[in-house]
Design a binder for this molecule. Structure first.
Ligand code: 6PG
Length: 477
């Protein structure tokens, strides 16, 4: 019997994907550069399903039924290229190579084009949910040709998380579309994590609550509209006590957030596409600020306000206000992320269905949340929606929250608690709804020093003012 799919690269993600496939009744060929890992997998988990361990790349390829489907689960970058090259040599037209790592979508586009030349399908797919997700049901975002999805799709849908019986997997679009969407997923993940972290900092700084008390607040929030995996694990982390010291776990962790780079990619591409993804950008910069130990040491002691915690009715209202600010800021962050997907899709001709993206993010992935079902409904009702902020229920929720949101941001400013995420989200909201923006003045400045011209509100065309002459006549440029 031949295998319907193979996995090469059996570190924990690859191993768990292979096990998940086998547990769903698919025969899985296994390959790893060092054979040790292949052996271990079969020894430990061989009883979970049908595996065909291969001793060489050739044997691995021969174990696969046609069209051969090879999932590559190795480190992004050069190692991925090396493995793709190796297998491209051994495969035949119509076969499918799947890169399930966190690759940059531009690399995926390049690889797809090169393999297409050779008659091979290349599927760059996002897989979210970490190790546990890979084993028990991740959210899967495959790109590549429609044809490749015909053979690969059913297997991926089998192993994906399910929400209301719907698999958290759908064909995203050609070439790099899947990895692009996964990249934005991670950007949104950064933004969401930052907003939650700011909420914690506010509750602690403004109310003087202990982490364990704040864990309770998050638990309550998790029963409402904020119901999500990230809120759930936040409560767990905050409730955790460090065994060695007896202190709250969060107080013994070095406060320097790291990153592997997908958030940074999202911001870079956001800039290239000209999409204001300010929430993701601030979250990424907040991580980088936290990591600048020298800068932080050098500025220690810079004057701040005298931080007196809130009291009385202000304090009573505050936790609820933070919930509203968090919800509104979260809507902004997701609205921006979906705008970026819209822009990427238009730029590269991917025709990404935003409702389907929201749907497959409802389960399995790190940003899974109840409100993604509302986002799905919003895009299904209006696929060309310019922004989530204007969609019925979201509009109302954000408008209802705005007073509390403003009050939280001003409290944060007065107490000197940094809230880049909340602040930028509110500035975005106010920027969009403003009748007039000072961008007009910026245009004037540009025309003054660089004759860069401006457009007028009352006439078509571009204009330049002769700033240097006394008369300053205005003429069409
Ligand atoms: C997922 C996660 C996953 C991962 C990121 C986190 O969807 O399962 O997003 O991709 O945990 O690598 O990246 P940072 O190290 O940059 O926070």
């Amino acid at each position: 019997k031949k295998a319907s799919i193979g996995v090469t690269g059996l570190a924990v993600m690859g191993r768990n994907l292979a096990r998940n496939l086998a547990r769903h009744g698919h025969t899985v060929a296994l390959h790893n550069r060092s054979e040790q890992r292949t052996r271990e997998l079969v020894e430990q988990f061989g009883s979970e399903g049908e595996f065909i361990p291969a001793h060489s790349a050739r044997e691995f390829v021969d174990a696969l039924e046609r069209p051969r489907q090879v999932v590559v689960m190795v480190k992004a970058g050069a190692p991925t290229d090396a493995v793709i090259d190796e297998f491209a040599e051994l495969l035949e037209p119509g076969d499918v190579i799947v890169d399930a790592g966190n690759a940059h979508f531009a690399d995926t586009r390049r690889r797809e084009a090169a393999l297409r030349e050779r008659g091979l399908h290349f599927v760059g797919t996002g897989v979210s949910g970490g190790e546990e997700g890979a084993l028990h049901g991740p959210s899967i975002m495959p790109g590549g040709s429609k044809e490749s999805y015909e053979s690969l799709g059913p297997l991926l849908e089998d192993i994906a998380a399910k929400v209301d019986g719907t698999p958290c997997c759908a064909h995203i679009g050609p070439d790099g579309a899947g990895h692009f969407v996964k990249m934005v997923h991670n950007g949104i993940e950064y933004a969401d994590m930052q907003l939650i972290a700011e909420s914690f900092d506010l509750l602690r700084g403004a109310l003087g609550y202990e982490p364990a008390q704040i864990a309770e607040i998050f638990r309550t929030w998790n029963t409402g509209r904020l119901d999500s995996y990230l809120i759930e694990i936040t409560a767990e982390v905050l409730a955790h006590t460090d065994a060695a010291t007896g202190k709250p776990f969060v107080d013994v962790v070095l406060d320097q957030a790291e990153q592997k780079g997908t958030g940074r990619w999202t911001v870079q591409i956001g800039l290239d596409l000209g999409i204001p993804i300010t929430g993701i950008a601030e979250a990424t910069f907040a991580r980088s600020l936290s990591g600048h130990a020298n800068l932080r040491a050098a500025t220690k002691g810079l004057a701040g306000p005298s931080r007196t915690p809130l009291s009385g009715s202000d304090a009573e209202r505050f936790a609820d206000d933070v919930e509203q600010a968090l919800y509104a800021s979260k809507v902004v962050a997701y609205a921006q992320g979906f705008n970026q997907i819209q822009a990427g899709s238009a730029e590269y001709g991917w025709n990404v269905d935003l409702g389907s993206v929201a749907s497959l993010w409802r389960g399995g992935c790190i940003i899974r949340a109840k409100f993604l079902d509302d986002i799905r409904a919003a895009f299904e009702a209006e696929p060309g929606l310019p922004t989530l902020l204007t969609s019925g229920d979201f509009r109302k929720a954000v408008e209802d929250a705005q007073d509390a949101w403003r009050s939280v941001v001003s409290t944060a400013v007065c107490l000197g608690i940094p809230t880049p995420g909340f602040s930028t989200a509110l500035a975005y909201y106010d920027g969009l709804r403003a009748d007039r923006l000072p961008a007009a003045l910026v245009q004037g400045q540009r025309d003054y020093f660089g004759a860069h011209t401006y457009r007028r509100v009352d006439r078509e065309g571009s204009f330049h003012t002769e700033w240097a002459t006394g008369a300053r006549p205005e003429r069409p440029a």
